[in-house]
Design a protein around this ligand. Structure first.
Ligand SMILES: CC(C)(COP(=O)(O)OP(=O)(O)OC[C@H]1O[C@@H](n2cnc3c(N)ncnc32)[C@H](O)[C@@H]1OP(=O)(O)O)[C@@H](O)C(=O)NCCC(=O)NCCS
Length: 189
């Protein structure tokens, strides 16, 4: 589903355009694909990225957003809510930011916009995120946003000549509110 355009201080998250956003997203995906799902071993081509965005926009159990810098209108990555189970009230989240835009707080800013939408508009009960154990940065930023690590799936991913665990993180609205208040006070007020 396409979803709304949501803005914070430095960024927006909003619907992805097949024509305008595919090239940047394919480039960023290829930079960071080892952090993403097991089906992402192959390189992303422009054509494959276009198909992916079209499919994501048509998928009724998913919101696939591009993250854009407000000042320059530059697309820096994507963030999504997927596998939405409305009846049970849960879904999974995933984020991908181009390597040159990481570690500048944009992921945290985008995740708070997404969580606000997930909890206050979609009224979901809880969200999950899966992180490979060589991706400490992703775990740190998720914990900062209020996620808790609830499980470890051993030896899930083959990377750099060895098997790595997969961590499962979870967040509820109750977990998120204190993290959001903290964040808002520091960065948005
Ligand atoms: C994971 C990701 C979404 C985070 O977004 P980001 O904008 O880079 O993250 P932020 O800058 O908001 O926060 C990162 C935090 O991790 C910390 N961090 C960075 N590298 C780290 C490392 N190697 N180990 C531990 N913490 C680390 C930073 O210091 C920062 O914490 P701080 O604000 O307390 O200083 C982004 O880096 C990304 O898309 N990476 C590539 C793809 C990916 O990993 N996707 C997630 C798959 S689960």
């Amino acid at each position: 589903m396409k979803g709304p355009l949501l803005k914070s201080k430095r960024i927006s998250i909003g619907p992805a355009s097949v024509e305008k956003d595919s090239e940047s997203l394919a480039k960023y995906f290829n930079q960071v694909k080892h952090y993403l799902g097991a089906e992402t071993v192959d390189s992303m081509t422009l054509e494959k990225e276009k198909e992916f965005i079209q499919k994501a926009n048509d998928d009724k159990s998913k919101y696939f957003f591009v993250i854009r810098l407000l000042e320059t209108d530059t697309v820096i990555g994507s963030i999504s809510i997927m596998d939405i189970k409305k009846y049970d009230g849960f879904a999974e989240t995933g984020t991908m930011i181009g390597e040159s835009f990481t570690n500048q707080g944009y992921g945290t800013e985008a995740k708070h916009l997404l969580l606000d939408f997930a909890f206050n508009v979609l009224d979901l009960r809880k969200l999950y995120s899966k992180v490979y154990a060589y991706n400490e940065r992703s775990r740190t930023y998720s914990l900062k946003c209020g996620y808790r690590q609830i499980a470890t799936l051993p030896d899930k991913k083959f990377y750099n000549e060895k098997y790595w665990d997969e961590w499962i993180l979870e967040i509820t609205k109750e977990d998120w509110i204190p993290a959001y208040k903290n964040y808002k006070k520091k960065y948005l007020e």
